[in-house]
Design a protein around this ligand. Structure first.
Ligand SMILES: C[S@@+](CC[C@H](N)C(=O)[O-])C[C@H]1O[C@@H](n2cnc3c(N)ncnc32)[C@H](O)[C@@H]1O
Length: 322
């Protein structure tokens, strides 16, 4: 059991490992379909999030899928929380369940490291994690075959620059598979400040003071906070108690870094960077359509229907072979 879980699905580590694989599986199927798979390739995960309990699982899974070598970069340092007991428990579960390789667990630490002191070429770690901003990537031009990225593009402060950097470090003919959450989306757009099942698109429709007031009501009432959010994001009672006292903190913590980028902007930046667009898919759960009433659609008329309903957007970009 995970006593520090933010969300219910993270309480049980087995569930958590299964849930953490889902975004990777979507990226991997796009890499397979459009970019020739991971086999024998050099991979970069942009915004790998190793400071998070599950961050880096993508890289271990890409190795299982045949990648030659994987790098993960994030603006947060990879050592952050590396010795958190919950993180160690998660990775033990991931190792046992998925057969991934990770070191340090018995010593109470998650680390990807070379395990042979002689460091022969065959033994050095195939995963390298580095602190680096995606706006200024310290890798040489034309280096990577594949870039993957999940839930990062809505957070970066300069997405145009990140796409330009991404283009630079990809080999000609290489490509990127990217999942991200555009701001207008129903469930994940406002990253739960939207409380979609209580007041749909609250993050787009309510002025800040009214929004904070309503969040306070939601977090004070178990019947509301257990139904207002997507089920996998239901807060634990402990988190709800904190936010009931200070709902403005929730709004600030969850949304302070969202750049509010929309899909046409993302596609435009990708195009200006030089990318070909191989695929652009808005993921829209059918059961969410009923929430977009004609009244709300009229109220939010500056957005398109797809844009409002998508859970996340997957784009596959290719650097032309030259
Ligand atoms: C929501 S987390 C996603 C982490 C991971 N990809 C996942 O799927 O769980 C967003 C990550 O983007 C990282 N990030 C934000 N801005 C960044 C930047 N400019 N360069 C690199 N990473 C950045 C954050 O530190 C955070 O780890």
């Amino acid at each position: 059991m995970n006593p520090d879980a933010l969300f219910e699905y993270q309480v049980d580590f087995r569930n958590y490992v299964e849930a953490a694989r889902v975004p990777y599986n979507i990226l991997a199927s796009n890499v397979k379909e459009h970019l020739g798979g991971f086999g024998g390739k050099l991979i970069l995960d942009l915004g790998v999030g190793f400071q998070l309990t599950h961050g880096g699982l993508t890289l271990a899974l890409a190795l299982l899928d045949g990648a030659r070598q994987c790098y993960g970069i994030d603006i947060a340092h990879p050592d952050l929380h590396a010795a958190d007991p919950n993180k160690v428990a998660f990775w033990k579960q991931a190792r046992d369940l998925l057969g991934i390789e990770v070191q340090g667990l018995e010593g109470g630490r998650v680390v990807f490291a070379s395990t042979d002191i002689l460091h022969f070429d065959d033994f050095y770690s195939k995963i390298t994690l580095l602190q680096m901003s995606a706006s200024e990537i310290y890798f040489k031009d034309n280096m990577f075959d594949i870039v993957i990225s999940n839930a990062v593009f809505e957070h970066v402060q300069n997405p145009k620059r990140v796409l330009t950097e991404l283009y630079r470090v990809l080999k000609p003919g290489g490509g990127a598979a990217i999942n991200w959450n555009p701001y207008a989306g129903f469930r994940m757009g406002g990253h739960d400040i939207g409380m979609p099942y209580h007041y749909p698109w609250a993050h787009l429709r309510l002025p800040e003071d009214r929004h904070v007031e309503m969040l306070g009501q939601v977090f004070s009432n178990p019947a509301l906070y257990s139904t207002a959010f997507p089920p996998q994001h239901t807060p634990t009672p402990e988190r709800a108690a904190i936010y009931a006292k200070d709902p403005a903190l929730f709004r600030k913590q969850i949304s302070y870094d969202l750049n509010k980028m929309r899909i046409p902007e993302f596609l435009d930046y990708a195009h200006s960077a030089g990318f070909e667009l191989l695929s652009s898919v808005p993921h829209i759960p059918d059961e969410d359509r009923r929430f977009l009433t004609p009244e709300i659609l009229a109220e939010l008329s500056q957005y398109g229907e797809d844009e409002l309903l998508q859970l996340f957007h997957t784009a596959v970009l290719r650097k032309p072979a030259g």
